[in-house]
Design a protein around this ligand. Structure first.
Ligand SMILES: [Mg+2]
Length: 242
């Protein structure tokens, strides 16, 4: 870490501040509240700003959502914190091509049978390739590849099938496919340039820094990175900064 210490604390959410799709613990919330008095706080998420804001139960924090396709501020209105979306980009998808590529991958990798749709196309232009299909049961999804080993083995093949995108090992049994140039590092770099911070004035907290993880590009960059291997440890790291 830079000897002058960070000015911005930037966070991934799931697996870093909280359990997957769960609210902040009271301890973590209180430490973040105290951190706000000393640092700029920033969320850098794979999900939409609205989803992050809701999951954090309206915690007052700037949010980068959808890998930088969205930027949002929060404002205090009377006793309420409200989310103000500042930018919300969308990228057009060639649906036919996306479906053909998903089916080609299924053929190549033997991903049959599957339930529901072969690929999910989001309004933002992001794609999800669910190995078990969009309608597979939660239990089957969770049991499929908890340690990510199966998906790491085929990561390069999935990545190469979508050259206009960045591909991440996401959720429990899927790949997140995000149009270039959107990515957490791209978003953080833009944030730094717009707010006149250098990369070494940021400290980023993330859990998904391995191959194909959605924090990997930040981890491999010049932005100082706090690896989180268990989100229960994160409050200790925050305490040290206060
Ligand atoms: Mg994470």
């Amino acid at each position: 870490m830079d000897t002058h210490g960070p000015k911005v604390l930037a966070f991934d959410l799931d697996g870093t501040l909280t359990q997957h799709k769960s609210p902040l613990s009271p301890e973590c919330r209180e430490l973040l509240m105290r951190s706000r008095e000393r640092y700029k706080l920033l969320m850098v998420g794979a999900g939409s700003c609205r989803r992050i804001f809701t999951q954090m139960e309206n915690f007052p924090i700037q949010i980068i959502g959808n890998y930088g396709m969205q930027f949002a501020d929060v404002e205090q209105e009377a006793s309420e914190t409200v989310l103000i979306l500042q930018s919300d980009r969308k990228v057009e998808v060639n649906t036919e091509l996306a479906v053909a590529r998903a089916n080609e991958l299924r053929k190549m990798l033997g991903y049959f049978p599957y339930k529901g749709e072969t690929i999910e196309i989001h309004e933002s232009g992001m794609l999800t390739f669910p190995i078990l299909g969009t309608e597979a049961s939660i239990a089957d999804k969770l049991a499929y590849d908890p340690d990510r080993i199966k998906r790491r083995k085929v990561y390069a093949q999935v990545r190469d099938m979508f050259p206009e995108y960045k591909v991440y090992i996401g959720g429990s049994s899927s790949f997140d496919i995000v149009p270039h140039p959107y990515a957490k590092l791209h978003a953080l770099d833009l944030y730094c340039r717009q707010n006149r911070f250098s990369h070494d004035e940021v400290l980023y907290f993330g859990d998904d820094y391995g191959l194909g993880g959605n924090d990997e590009d930040v981890y491999l960059s010049d932005i100082p990175f706090q690896c989180i291997d268990d989100y229960h440890d994160t409050p200790r790291y925050l305490e040290r900064l206060l």
